[in-house]
Design a binder for this molecule. Structure first.
Ligand SMILES: [Fe+2]
Length: 280
């Protein structure tokens, strides 16, 4: 197994590792170290069956069930199939901001215990576009001015399934799903429970308002933090190959999809979320 950096900001790739074989203790240790240091691992692989994907995921954590019922796979409910294909010309807007996946977000932050990591494998990719961008909010936090760090210390924010701050509206939920997703409150600066490192924990699609601030003051600080956390120097944009399996840390990365790819070209992934604890 070889580990190589993807760029200076985020991520490593792992080659010459057969994911369907049992992972040795030394490889598992090296992967965990790289995960905590670089926050994103790209395994160069072939598409896995859903059952094999679930087995691989258990090397890195405990898979959780997908919330949205119609995205669940019936036999393997921890695996969701994400189809972002534009089926008709009308489904692709001129303004990419209207596509929810373009907003810089961390998966699952509207949950009391958001998934600590996401595993996403490409099954089919379009001929152009469709990259997934990642931004390192741990580095962004470390580079914040001291007075901003002090101001953010102890602040908490409300995260909602949807917020008027999001650039695009979220998919509707069933009644059961809505009941499972009341608003939650999380720290604005989150400490990684495995590494002890702090990171900005703000989600453009879900973070609604900072507790104890009026809307204007909260918007101003959230806008500032978003601008800081996605500066180009913190980013890596992943150009997918079929079979690439990414594992990333939702506690210290945000991501965004380049939704500008051709109508009718299939873009299909399978995803597993790994359980996490309540953010602190
Ligand atoms: Fe996502």
């Amino acid at each position: 197994m070889k580990i190589r950096p993807l760029n200076d900001a985020v991520g490593v790739e792992i080659i010459d590792l057969d994911l369907t074989e049992a992972l040795s203790d030394s490889d598992a240790g090296a992967i965990q170290d790289a995960f905590l240091e670089h926050h994103l691992i790209c395994f160069r692989s072939n598409p896995l069956s859903r059952a094999a994907f679930d087995r691989v995921a258990r090397n890195f954590g405990e898979p959780q069930e997908q919330l949205i019922r119609n995205m669940r796979d019936d036999d393997t409910p921890t695996v969701s199939i994400l189809d972002s294909t534009y089926k008709t010309p009308e489904s692709k807007p001129d303004d990419m901001k209207l596509m929810r996946l373009t907003g810089w977000h961390t998966d699952d932050s509207y949950m009391a215990k958001p998934a600590k990591a996401t595993m996403l494998q490409s099954l089919k990719i379009p001929n152009s576009g469709g990259q997934t961008g990642f931004s390192n909010t741990r580095k962004a936090y470390e580079d914040l001015p001291g007075d901003v760090k002090a101001r953010c210390e102890g602040l908490q924010a409300v995260h909602s399934y949807d917020t008027s701050r999001a650039p695009a509206t979220a998919k509707g939920l069933t009644k059961v799903e809505t009941n499972e997703t009341p608003d939650v409150v999380h720290p604005v600066i989150r400490t990684n429970d495995d590494s002890g490192k702090k990171a900005i924990y703000v989600n453009m699609n879900r973070t609604d308002q900072i507790v104890g601030m009026d809307r204007a003051e909260s918007d101003e600080l959230l806008d500032y933090l978003v601008e800081r956390m996605v500066r180009p120097e913190y980013r890596y944009h992943h150009e997918w190959s079929v079979g690439d399996l990414l594992l990333w840390d939702n506690r210290c990365l945000v991501h965004s999809v380049n939704m500008d790819f051709p109508v009718g070209e299939t873009r299909l992934h399978q995803r597993i979320l790994l359980k996490g604890g309540a953010p602190v």
